[in-house]
Design a binder for this molecule. Sequence first.
Ligand code: UD1
Length: 415
Amino acid sequence: MKHIIVEGGHKLAGTIHVSGAKNAVLPLIAAAMLPAGVSYIEETPWLTDVENMCEVLDYLGVSTEYKDGTLRIDATELADSNAPFEAVQKMRASFLVMGPLLARLGRARIPLPGGCAIGARPIDLHLKGFEAMGAGITISDNYIEARVNTLHGARIYLDFPSVGATENIMMAAALAEGNTVIENAAKEPEIVDLANLLNAMGGKVRGAGTDVVRISGVPELHPAVHTVIPDRIEAGSFMLMAAVTGSELFLENVITSHLQPIMAKMQDAGVRIIDEIDRLHILPADRFDPVEIKTMPYPGFPTDMQAQFMAFLTLANGTSTVTETVFENRFMHVPELCRMGAQISVHGNTAIVNGVPKLKGTCVEATDLRAGAAMIVAGLAAEGRTVIGQVDHIYRGYEDIIGKLRAVGAHIYEE
Ligand code: UD1
C-alpha cells in the first residue's frame, strides 16, 4: 500500500489550475445514459471515482473513452439493468445510475451502495422519489430492485435536501410522463450543472439552484456536449494549504460565487483573498483567528470542507468550534490531527479546537477522502515529515494532487 509523504514547513508559490468537479461529473456521467447516442463531458477530472463510474457504465452496455480531459460516453447500447456489486460497493455515487436505468429501461437492480465511511448514508429519499413516480421497489440480499411500466411525474418533498436524491429524481423525471416537482431540493452548484446538461439534451428543468426544482418530462433526450464546473472543494482545499503555509497562491478555473461559503469563513479567520473574477489570489498571513463553523447544505458551509478547515483551525490563535450537521461520524480525522499535536475534543457533533502554535509530522491515516486532504493541509504546515496511509481515498477526489502541489513548491511525494 502506497503512502504520501509531506515534508512540512515549505511555502507554496505560483498558480494552480483547479480541475472539473468530482461531485458534478459523477451525476453528469450518469445523465449521459439517458439519450441513446454519444455525449461528451469536457474538463472531466481523471479520478478513481470517475474510473469506477465508467466501470459501472461498462457493465450496463455503455462504453466510455477518456482522452485529453474529455470523456466520450456512448449510451446507444444501454441494455443491462444489473449494476455490478464490486464497483457499486466502492462508491456510493454509483447509485446515481438508478434514475437513468428506470427512465430508459423501466428496471434497475443495484447493490446497496458503499462509499466513504462517514455515517449511515441511507438512500430512502431516492427510493421515496422513484416510488412516487410509480416504481415498485424491493430490497433483498443487499440488492435494490426497481421496476416500472411508465414513470410518471410526481410532487416529491425531500425531508432533507439530499444532493444525490435530488439528482437521481431529476434524471428519472427528465424522461417521465408529465411534470415532477421536487420540494426542499438540494441547491448545490452541482445540481445546476446537472440541470444545464439535461436542458442541453432537450430536457425541461427549471428552478435548479433553488429549493423547488420543476421537471417537465420529454419522450426523448438527445446527446450533448457539456463542460464540468470547477471543483469548489478542491479549490477550497488548496486555499487552506496556502493559508497554513503563509503562502501567496493563485487559483485559476474557479467560479468564485460557488466558493463564497468557504471564503467567508477564511476571511473571518483573517485570511486575505482577492477575488479577481476568474481567479483567486490568496495572500500570505502569519496568524489566524479562531472561528465557528457549522456544516449545512449549500449555500451553507460544505461538509466536504469540514476536515480540511479543522486542520487549518488547529493552528488558529484561540479556540474554534466545528459542528457537523450533515453527516454523523464525520470526525474520524480528529484523532489523526491530535497525533500531530492538535488539541481537539469532540462533544457529540461538535469539535472544540484549541489552536496550538505548531503541528509535528508523524504517521497518520487518510480515513476518508476529505480527511485525507486534511492530513495534507496539516502536513504542509507541520514541522518535519508526515506519512499518510490509506491514500487511495485521496485519489478518489483529487486529480494529480501530488503533481499540482509539487509544481507550486510543496515537498510532497508518493512512496
Ligand atoms: C453528496 C456528495 C458528498 C457530500 C454530500 C453532502 C456527491 C457524489 N457526493 O453526497 O461529497 O458530502 O453530497 O454535501 O455529490 N440522506 C438520507 N436519505 C437519503 C439520502 C441522504 O437520509 O436518501 C442523508 C444522508 O445520510 C446525509 C445527508 O442526507 O446525512 C446528506 O446526504 P446527500 O446530500 O444525499 O449526500 P450524497 O448525495 O450522498
